[in-house]
Design a protein around this ligand. Structure first.
Ligand code: NAP
Length: 229
């Protein structure tokens, strides 16, 4: 499976504010780039933290891009996937609308009354016991025919994906603002890597877009860090 992480961050590496509220970091040209990226993949993945904070719809905005997918005999939008161990996705979340298929990766605890309720709105896939095991989850997605995944946040999930050695490429848009705050989400939160476990990247491209820079990185070592995801 090919896994690309894309995120917009401030010049000081924050994904959003201290209050974990979405902040406009990029601009129209970068939105279009992300829309094209979304249109190119089989699935878009986010963590439940992003659903609860931003309520994103995660669909392709440009009608021409959706039409092109249909011409290629694909669904008009990629499948939306949420890593949501405890089935906390609200039933009225935008990601559960009819515009695209949605898969919730849940852990055993997702098999609850909440899980049953959500099963009317999305496909629930059990992967892991207390928390979603991302390797198991990706294997299940592969069995559903998903070969390319775009990860759109947030920092907790992105860290776990790096820790599990599941990321192939990273695209970071760095925007012209400083958000600050030690508790504001960063690109890779979680427990952090110990020395000797850091993920090495190779810079593939740097491009000025809107008022910031887009950096495209390849992940060099697919080796799994020993830090628990
Ligand atoms: P997140 O990464 O979206 O979601 C984290 C949650 O995912 C965890 O708390 C966990 O909840 C669930 N999860 C399930 N399996 C997991 C696993 N194996 N590893 C890690 N998490 C797993 O949340 P976040 O870090 O709080 O990020 C949300 C913030 O990022 C918001 O402020 C949002 O605005 C911002 N954001 C910014 C961008 C950007 O590009 N600038 C993009 C997206 C989000 P359970 O244990 O309950 O499953």
């Amino acid at each position: 499976m090919e896994v690309v992480v894309n995120a917009a961050m401030s010049a000081d590496g924050k994904l959003s504010s201290l209050a974990r509220r979405q902040i406009p970091i990029s601009g129209p040209a970068d939105f279009d780039r992300v829309d094209r990226l979304r249109a190119s993949v089989d699935a878009v993945l986010v963590g439940i933290g992003t659903i609860l904070a931003d309520d994103p719809r995660l669909t392709v905005k440009d009608a021409d891009l959706r039409a092109r997918r249909v011409e290629q005999e694909r669904s008009s939008n990629p499948t939306r996937v949420v890593a949501d161990s405890r089935a906390r996705t609200p039933t009225d979340a935008a990601v559960l609308d009819d515009a695209a298929e949605t898969i919730l990766l849940v852990a055993d605890r997702g098999e609850s009354a909440r899980g049953d309720e959500l099963a009317d709105h999305a496909e629930l896939i059990n992967a892991g016991e207390n928390r979603v095991d991302l390797r198991d989850g990706f294997e299940a997605l592969g069995a559903c025919g998903i070969e390319t995944v775009l990860v759109e946040g947030g920092g907790e999930l992105i860290f776990s994906l790096f820790a599990a050695g599941l990321v192939d490429r990273l695209m970071t848009f760095i925007g012209p603002l400083v958000i600050g705050g030690r508790d504001a989400p960063t690109l890779a939160d979680g427990a952090g890597f110990r020395e000797g476990e850091f993920v090495d990247l190779a810079l593939e491209d740097a491009e000025r877009i809107d008022e910031g820079m887009l950096l495209s990185w390849a992940v060099c070592d697919g080796a799994e860090g020993s830090t628990s995801p």
